[in-house]
Design a binder for this molecule. Structure first.
Ligand code: NAD
Ligand code: TYD
Length: 339
């Protein structure tokens, strides 16, 4: 069986590839990735020489390339992780988000229609639901919550979800969608909250906390997300949306404090900076559907998962040092300089 994983040189996609090859060594995994700033070929080094793995550099918006790939490889499963994924970048430059996240999904769906697949899975996000108020801890996102996007990133993801649903209804596409909460774990790009805080703490540099630091995110260890996607591919019902989250809500400032404590760094490194535009207050997933239908439950608690993640960043300095010394410096200066 051949499975096509797009965006597999990024954070979650690479973890998914490792997970899949480990669990299904008999399958062939093809990774299609454009290697944008967020994609890293060195991440895939452990599997690069495996006969079960093939890397293809390319853009999911490139119809000719995508069709050629489908024609030659005939993937049974397609899992689309490829995306522009950082909210802050979508605020300074939304266009590429619309292109990759929407048009890229459109191209993949067309290829599935043309060549036929067993399953197409769209990796979406809980951010399509907008945010929840801090003073209503009884409220959670369910699959029926209205789409209510706040950023160009989440709007582009919601648009793609709607397109997937339209292909199910109109063309009978065998597609599913998952909407997961915030992930953390090995190989996450340093621009994202947890790795950024870890790396800055290790470098004894200020930790920039947006606004009042009271925004809440619902954190899930990346491997739990990968297992959920596997269950959806295997047993999820076509046309359905599955929310993924582990009831693990944390205020940003408390995550920062935990990181500092684990790394033995002083709280004086915390620096409150001006808030993100349109900053969502709280995300919180109701995972009842995936639990009841597919028996999914998270297996990694936050303290344990965070310890594993910190250990990974400590043990893999060359991986992130290469990244933070390159064009990332310019990005950091632009995003945080004088903020
Ligand atoms: P990431 O930014 O780490 O990786 C994205 C990958 O996609 C990179 O390897 C990049 O090179 C590739 N890519 C970008 N544009 C491409 C294009 N046009 N063609 C081919 N490849 C392209 O992202 P991530 O955090 O791993 O997120 C993966 C997916 O999961 C995204 O769709 C995101 O919306 C979704 N998601 C992420 C989270 C999270 O917490 N990180 C939570 C829920 C959902
Ligand atoms: P992020 O990792 O960008 O994910 P999300 O898609 O949920 O916004 O940010 C997680 C939270 O951390 C979010 O509330 C914004 C906040 N944040 C900071 O306070 N400082 C930072 O430097 C970054 C990158 C994020």
């Amino acid at each position: 069986m051949t499975i096509l994983v797009t965006g597999g040189a990024g954070f979650i996609g690479s973890n998914f590839i490792f997970y899949w090859l480990d669990k299904h060594p008999e399958d062939k995994v093809i990774c299609l990735d454009k290697l944008t700033y967020a994609g890293n070929l060195s991440t895939l080094r452990p599997v690069m020489d495996s006969p079960s793995f093939k890397f293809v550099k390319g853009d999911i918006c490139d119809k000719k390339l995508v069709f050629e790939l489908f024609k030659n490889e005939r993937p049974e499963y397609v899992v689309n992780f490829a995306a522009e994924s950082h909210v802050d970048r979508s605020i300074t430059g939304p266009e590429v988000f619309l292109q990759t996240n929407y048009m890229g999904t459109a191209t993949l769906l067309e290829a599935c229609r043309e060549f036929g697949v067993g399953r197409y899975h769209q990796v979406s996000t809980d951010e399509v639901y907008g945010d929840l108020p801090l003073d209503r801890p009884d409220l959670f996102f369910t699959e029926d919550s209205p789409l209510h996007t706040s950023s160009p990133y989440s709007a582009s993801k919601a648009a793609a979800d709607l397109l997937v649903q339209s292909y199910v209804r109109t063309f009978g596409a065998p597609a599913t969608i998952s909407r997961c909460s915030n992930n953390y774990g090995p190989y996450q790009f340093p621009e994202k909250f947890i790795p950024l805080m870890v790396i800055n703490a290790l470098n004894d540099e200020p930790l920039p906390v947006y606004g009042d630091g009271l925004n809440v995110r619902d954190w899930l260890f990346v491997e739990d997300h990968c297992r959920a996607i596997e269950l959806i591919l295997r047993g999820g019902r076509v046309g359905e949306i599955y929310n993924i989250g582990g009831h693990n809500e944390w205020r940003n400032i408390d995550v920062v404090r935990l990181v500092l404590q684990e790394l033995n760094r002083p709280e004086s490194l915390v620096q409150y900076v001006s808030d993100r535009k349109g900053h969502d207050r709280r995300y919180a997933i109701d995972p009842e559907k995936i639990r009841d239908e597919l028996g999914w439950l998270p297996q990694t608690g936050f303290e344990g998962g965070l310890k594993r993640t910190l250990r990974w960043y400590l043990d893999n300095r060359p991986w992130w040092r290469d990244i933070v010394s390159g064009e990332y410096r310019e990005y950091y200066q632009k995003m945080y300089g004088g903020r």
